[in-house]
Design a protein around this ligand. Structure first.
Ligand SMILES: [Fe+2]
Length: 255
């Protein structure tokens, strides 16, 4: 099945190993170092996290490698799902600490046009997350559970409750080895599962959005795409538009 068909039917698709192993291991080491030093936690986003936290990761070091953000297979898939006009919404890590418990069921990016009462559930995807395990994710250390097909219900005038989602849709666990990537629709119902181990469980979430969409998940921080001006100049020109939401890519009108 194509990525586009899987995303339409299930709201997620398995992409497998998109990136060279040494690059993924470098990204994992970088995130682990920033976690151990406490700098990520100090920059954590405000969420209902149940023992896990999310933080914006800067495009530096291995993350500035075009084999990561410019991966050809990834962009072929994204183009089929989000059309031609999309950009990076954020680069985040989500770290489930030892003892992290089951998260509440949620979708990542709702859109609500209150008081519009029509049916928005047939909208094509407006945002998708590339989810890359930065360690081997198992049943033990906090996989993400998602409900296949539930993305079609999130924008109904009256979205279903937790019990209806669990009853009507098939639960799938996103467990996978280091670097084995998934793509999922922002509207899919999901939750983080407990981490029963003594090690933190880091994953990487590279969010892509249609250019008009603004992610409510990062509404309380200044930006979700952190890249310095010099780093941005190193991005190949054909890929620079991906970074349009970074402050370094935007014209300053007042100082
Ligand atoms: Fe989530």
């Amino acid at each position: 099945m194509t990525v586009r068909a899987a995303m339409a039917r299930d709201g997620f698709a398995t992409l497998g190993r998109l990136f060279p192993g040494p690059l993924v291991r470098k990204m994992a080491r970088d995130v682990r170092r920033r976690h151990d030093s406490g700098e990520l936690r100090a920059r954590a986003l405000v969420r209902d996290v149940a023992g896990r936290y999310a933080a914006v990761v800067p495009f530096e070091g291995p993350f500035l490698d075009p084999r990561f953000y410019g991966n050809a297979r990834l962009h072929a898939a994204l183009g089929s799902v989000l059309g031609r006009d999309y950009c990076i919404g954020s680069l985040e890590t989500v770290i489930a600490e030892p003892g992290a418990y089951r998260q509440h069921l949620h979708i990542d990016g709702p859109i609500r046009f209150a008081p519009y009462r029509g049916d928005l559930s047939r909208l094509p995807p407006y945002a998708a997350t590339l989810y890359v395990p930065l360690c081997d994710v198992t049943e033990e250390n906090g996989p993400t559970a998602l409900w296949a097909g539930s993305h079609k219900t999130a924008l109904l005038p009256r979205p279903p409750g937790d019990a209806a989602i669990r009853r009507r849709f098939r639960e799938v666990r996103m467990a996978g080895r280091l670097g084995e990537a998934f793509l999922f629709d922002y509207r899919i119902f999901h939750r983080g599962m407990p981490n029963h181990t003594r090690e933190p469980r880091p994953i990487l979430a590279l969010v892509f959005t249609r250019s008009w969409y603004r992610d409510p998940n990062i509404a309380e921080v200044s930006h979700g795409v952190q890249i310095g001006a010099r780093a941005l100049a190193k991005v190949p020109e054909r890929l620079r538009r991906l970074f349009m939401l970074a402050p370094a890519a935007r014209r300053t009108v007042w100082r």
